[in-house]
Ligand binder design. Structure first.
Ligand SMILES: [Zn+2]
Length: 340
């Protein structure tokens, strides 16, 4: 690797989105005088009678949660997308609009209010993975659903309003922006080379071994070369698979293991329940072959140098490009040291 990358300002290209990130390694040592977030160190009960996700509790719309024992999925009471809304589209001069239909679900990872994925054992995470697979299949099989977005917002700093371990699944009739970019770039590479863009990238990363954090038989956890968030990571299947339903049973367990390892490692980094947004990008469910897709899961954590200092995407990042000081390679070094 070019050693200039650790000393001089440069920009790195994201092969999946076609966007650039500005990297400023020479600034990494500047003193911090900005905002500190408060650390939430409250220890939570296993069951909270005021939590609308805990088993047996009544939600705001009056429905009662079942006495679930592992994973529980339900349709979001305040969904961002409507399933049976009117279909319309119009162009008036420069004003363009299209209706969007969809189904939004909430997935409780565990009945235990006090846990996060990092505290759950691999077998229990595996149940979450299976639920994701079922939802992708079921939602994706509906005519009007052409994409299924699985994600988790963890921590108050990420705007997560409820500490109960849970994620969301938003499915809709068109591709959202981030997915559309990745769809186009993977498709272009595939039509030129007949190979997987991410598969070829993974080969190069495994050879270089500079940004690999962890790997098991079927998955690699790495910090992508073009990472924007200080401790961003990506889980990539070693086999070229277009979506999460392509995994064998051994592979789902290996995926659960990879999730377990990276979330535990994150918690060790600043000795806190590490906040992040994570999500799975995979093939659209639009009835096409989508051979060019290589699914992957990304973690975008906001923390920068401690449990109380987070990265802000403001100023130049709003008006120009995302920017980071600590390089991907320096972040990987820190994370690698924390893997048990
Ligand atoms: Zn709860």
């Amino acid at each position: 690797m070019n050693t200039d990358l650790q000393d001089f300002s440069h920009k790195r290209y994201n092969i999946l989105t076609g966007e650039w990130v500005l990297v400023s390694p020479h600034r990494a040592k500047r003193p911090w005088q900005g905002q500190n977030e408060s650390v939430s160190i409250e220890s939570r009960p296993k069951h909270d009678e005021n939590c609308y996700l805990c088993a047996g509790n009544t939600r705001i719309n009056g429905e009662q949660n079942p006495d679930y024992k592992d994973v529980f999925v339900f349709t979001n009471d305040f969904a961002a997308l409507q399933y049976d809304s009117n279909s319309f589209s119009s162009i008036e001069g420069l004003l363009k609009v299209e209706s969007e239909q969809g189904i939004c679900k909430v997935i409780c990872f565990s009945p235990d209010h006090s846990k996060s994925l990092a505290d759950m054992d691999v077998q229990d995470i595996n149940k979450v993975v299976k639920a994701w697979q079922n939802e992708y299949t079921e939602l994706g099989s509906k005519d009007m659903i052409n994409y299924v977005q699985i994600f988790e917002n963890k921590g108050a700093v990420m705007g997560c309003s409820n500490p109960h371990p849970h994620g969301q699944i938003w499915s809709q009739s068109t591709l959202p922006n981030e997915v559309d970019k990745k769809d186009k770039h993977q498709k272009a590479y595939f039509s030129q080379t007949k190979n997987s863009l991410l598969g070829d990238y993974l080969k190069q990363e495994l050879k270089a071994n500079e940004r690999i954090i962890y790997q098991n038989e079927h998955f690699v956890v790495l910090t992508p070369f073009w990472a924007v968030w200080p401790f961003e990571t990506m889980i990539i299947p070693k086999t070229w698979q277009k979506d999460i339903t392509s995994m064998s049973k051994t592979e789902t367990l290996a995926f659960a293991d990879a999730i377990s390892v990276i979330t535990k490692t994150y918690d060790r980094l600043f000795e806190c329940s590490f906040p992040y947004s994570s999500g799975i990008h995979q093939a659209p469910t639009n009835g096409q072959e989508n051979k060019h897709w290589h699914w992957h899961m990304s973690f975008y954590p906001p923390l920068l140098r401690s449990a109380t200092v987070k990265k802000f995407m403001v100023g130049y990042e709003m008006f120009g490009s995302p920017q980071r000081d600590i390089t991907a390679e320096q972040a990987v070094k820190r994370l690698r040291e924390l893997i048990n």
